[in-house]
Design a protein around this ligand. Structure first.
Ligand code: ZN
Length: 128
């Protein structure tokens, strides 16, 4: 069985690799977006459709990169994988899916309930 330190170290490496991969993908997409689209292009033009798809992908990758940065910062502070709300360890399977998770599943459910009832602001959800 892996120790917690080993799991964190493995996650850290995975996040760094993922960040590299995203940086590469972003670079390629940005290059592709530099290519001028014909000014006469009409809506539905394959070039435009492709371009819109790439823009959406860039946004998606940037959000992902931001989440990875958050997780890496948490690792540096020794807070990675610890629930912000109850200080319990977050299930590794959950971290696998949501490397930026800062709440355990139980607290996540609680927080979502509070948001639904208007007790917590919706913006709070963005952080989790
Ligand atoms: Zn918790």
């Amino acid at each position: 069985m892996l120790s917690r330190e080993q799991i964190v170290a493995r996650e850290q490496q995975k996040l760094i690799d993922e960040r590299e991969r995203i940086a590469g993908a972003l670079e390629r997409l940005r290059e592709a977006l530099k290519v001028e689209v014909d000014v006469d292009a009409e809506e539905g033009d394959p070039d435009l459709v492709e371009r819109e798809k790439n823009v959406a992908l860039v946004n998606q990758l940037e959000r992902k990169r931001e989440a990875i940065q958050t997780a890496l910062r948490a690792i540096e502070k020794g807070k990675y994988g610890i629930c912000e709300r109850c200080d319990q360890e977050i299930n590794p399977e959950r971290l696998e899916v949501r490397p930026d998770a800062t709440l355990c599943v139980r607290c996540q459910v609680e927080v979502e309930k509070l948001i639904k009832r208007g007790i917590l602001p919706r913006s709070q959800q963005e952080r989790f």
